[in-house]
Design a protein around this ligand. Structure first.
Ligand code: AMP
Ligand code: MN
Ligand code: MN
Length: 324
């Protein structure tokens, strides 16, 4: 395993960042590591960057320190959290390009070697990058600040310990984190379940307008720019919709997409054990995990549906051939 102290000891300036459209794991892993490094190395310059942070996570310690515009500074070390492809850094790509050394902690499948192997801690089976940060920081160094951050990351990426990425170790880690001074049920309520009324309306609308395809095995819904404008909403207001769609009985794959700019869609995929959406997303230029993946695609929503369902069909056919 990567030795965090060996890595940081001789560095004077350290930048941390996660991916664009940061989710709970992006915040939890980044701010958890930030809390630890700030305390351990009070004399070093440690900065955390994020593109367009979601105020939903403003309850996390360190949130107010997040730098939202990119820096040209050549940091001694850049630590990438929760992504393995530098394109996912958005405007913060300059940080990785200018850094003198790079490390990466991640649990995605499409790791693109953005850091030297000795500086990487990449385990696709881990529930979350936050859980990996816990390993690196070490049980004995966890404090109240890092505990709430890491707990939040785990809760968000496991769907409150529901998804198949939840392991015995995940539960044991979370159990230990609960012994620190923070309100764990409030984290679950606020970071995972709570929605603004606008988000509730968009969820309702997405469910109401969803359609079933492929004999009810696939559910699809689309939110256009026009609808987003009508509700004065942004992509941040669409979190969690695809998981709710996936709860539909008989469904193997949920496809939720929203129009980011005219003619471009951000697509979220969720599946069960019957379909591997990481393979589909990767084929179409995105990435993610076996049962939760995403991509961005140009064209119409019908193009997206045709492309994704064709890949789903292929997987059903392959499975049928295998079972004879
Ligand atoms: P989302 O549907 O955006 O919640 O993403 C589900 C998973 O897929 C997350 O682990 C994301 O990090 C990953 N993911 C989403 N979009 C992309 C993309 N364009 N490229 C690579 N990975 C992605
Ligand atoms: Mn993430
Ligand atoms: Mn993650």
């Amino acid at each position: 395993m990567l030795d965090l102290n060996k890595l940081c000891e001789d560095k004077q300036t350290i930048a941390i960042s996660s991916h664009i459209r940061p989710d709970g794991d992006a915040f939890g892993s980044s701010l958890g590591l930030y809390a630890y490094l700030k305390k351990k190395y009070p004399d070093k310059k440690i900065d955390v960057f994020m593109v367009d942070p979601n105020p939903l996570f403003s309850f996390l310690p360190g949130y107010d320190d997040i730098k939202t515009s990119p820096s040209e500074e050549a940091y001694d070390l850049f630590i990438a959290l929760d992504f393995g492809d530098k394109e996912r850094l958005g405007n913060n790509k300059v940080l990785i390009d200018n850094a003198k050394d790079v490390a990466c902690v991640d649990h995605h499948l499409e790791y693109k070697g953005i850091a030297p192997e000795a500086n990487s801690y990449v385990l696709p089976d881990a529930s979350s990058t936050a859980e990996l940060v816990y390993d690196l920081v070490g049980k004995d160094n966890i404090d109240d600040d890092s505990a709430i951050c890491i707990y939040t990351g785990i809760v968000c990426d496991t769907g409150v310990f529901q998804y198949s990425n939840t392991s015995q170790k995940t539960m044991e880690t979370a159990g230990y984190l609960m012994t620190f001074n923070f309100d764990h049920s409030k984290v679950v309520a606020e970071a995972f379940y709570e929605k603004t009324y606008r988000q509730t309306l968009l969820l309702g609308r997405s469910l109401l307008e969803s359609i079933l395809l492929m004999d009810g095995k696939v559910i699809v819904s689309v939110i256009t720019q026009r609808t987003l404008k009508f509700y004065n909403a942004s992509s941040k207001d669409l979190e969690g919709i695809v998981s709710q769609m996936k709860h539909t009985k008989g469904v193997d794959v949920a496809i939720f997409m929203h129009e980011t700019v005219t003619g471009e869609f951000k697509v979220s995929l969720r599946s069960n054990e019957n379909i591997n959406v990481a393979v589909i997303a990767a084929k179409l230029g995105g990435g993610g995990h076996e049962r939760a993946a995403g991509l961005t695609m140009s064209g119409s929503s019908y193009d997206v549906i045709n492309n994704v369902t064709a890949e789903i069909e292929k997987q059903y056919n392959e499975a049928e051939e295998e079972s004879g």
